[in-house]
Design a protein around this ligand. Structure first.
Ligand SMILES: Cc1ncc(COP(=O)(O)O)c(C=O)c1O
Length: 310
């Protein structure tokens, strides 16, 4: 199947600017960039990260997108959607051999991927850890001619370009440059893209990432590696005290925060990423590390289709 430029890339390139909303959080005005509003289920950073990868895939004339993910991966679903929208095939390498013959333990995300036509290949955790180096993966690529491999979470150099467009949009939307940009961190690609965008616009602004996984020791190495072409100062930090026990883990305090937050602001927070970044921002304000003199701006990166924190 050939790459269908009409339906695919037009969708990606023709996305309108996502809105900004100002809320009061613990007495401080906070601008929320509502990237959760850009699509029903390919939300926020996923749409941003895929854009230039799809343009590159088109340039290469590929037929199949291949990527990786866990059973709840927003990126897997986004790739399945992107492939269908662009008239491509898709293949998802999924962590967990046990899922292969037992649909009873499948997540909603996996069913949605399947519905969108993604071929799912389940691999053991040890093979999954090896990623592109595993024999299973190399066999799949060999047997799938004209394929384009997207890394886990969709984070690569081209993804950064797409995320940096958030900053370009913000420049048109906010009157004054924010002092802090806050986002959740999984693989770190979104944060790196924001740092890139901030440097391009020469903003005096600190980018604060909130790690959603435990033990992200090498994350700064990954981020710095994507940013090697930047010759300006990289003004960012990754906070590792708000993961609530690890990926997809929750605490009563975090749930309570999300419920109250949604009641006050009518903004839903997904349970894996944004619940933790918004909670972290509230804590930074409470501990006066961010005050009413600052202009914090938080990116809502979507993920709502994967479930909200209640
Ligand atoms: C909704 C959402 N927000 C944030 C992230 C984290 O982004 P990154 O992997 O670029 O750090 C992800 C997953 O990758 C996500 O699905």
């Amino acid at each position: 199947m050939a790459f269908n430029e009409q339906s695919g890339l037009e969708f990606w390139q023709g996305q309108p600017m996502t809105p900004c909303q100002t809320i009061e959080l613990a007495g401080v005005n906070v601008v929320v960039k509502r990237d959760d509003k850009n699509h029903e289920f390919v939300q926020g950073n996923k749409l941003r990260k895929l854009k230039y990868n799809l343009i590159e895939a088109q340039r290469q004339g590929v037929e199949t997108l291949i990527t990786f993910g866990g059973a709840y991966s927003n990126h897997l679903l986004a790739t399945a959607f992107a492939a269908q929208a662009c008239g491509l095939s898709s293949l998802g390498v999924v962590r967990g051999h046990e899922l292969e013959k037992n649909q009873a333990i499948w997540s909603e995300t996996l069913f949605q991927c399947k519905q969108l036509g993604m071929q799912l290949v389940f691999v053991s955790r040890s093979d999954y850890r090896l990623k592109t180096k595993s024999q299973v993966f190399q066999g799949l690529v060999k047997n799938t001619p004209n394929s384009y491999v997207l890394p886990e979470g969709g984070s690569n150099q081209l993804a950064l370009q797409g995320v940096a467009e958030i900053v370009a949009e913000l420049q048109q939307q906010v009157e004054e440059t924010p002092t802090h940009l806050i986002c959740p961190v999984g693989t770190g690609g979104t944060l790196a893209g924001l740092v890139y965008g901030v440097a391009q616009k020469k903003w005096m602004c600190k980018v604060i990432g909130v790690a959603v996984l435990k033990g992200l020791h090498s994350i700064k190495d990954d981020i710095n590696q994507w940013l090697t072409t930047l010759d300006t100062e990289k003004n960012y930090d990754v906070l590792d005290g708000f993961h609530a026990g690890g990926y997809a883990k929750n605490t009563k305090e975090l749930s309570r925060f999300c419920v109250t937050f949604e009641q006050h602001h009518q903004i839903q927070l997904d349970k894996i990423y944004n619940s933790k970044s918004f909670f972290a921002l509230a804590q930074l304000i409470k501990s006066r590390q961010i005050t009413a003199k600052d202009r914090p701006l938080i990116i809502h990166t979507g993920g709502i289709q994967g479930g909200v924190n209640k």
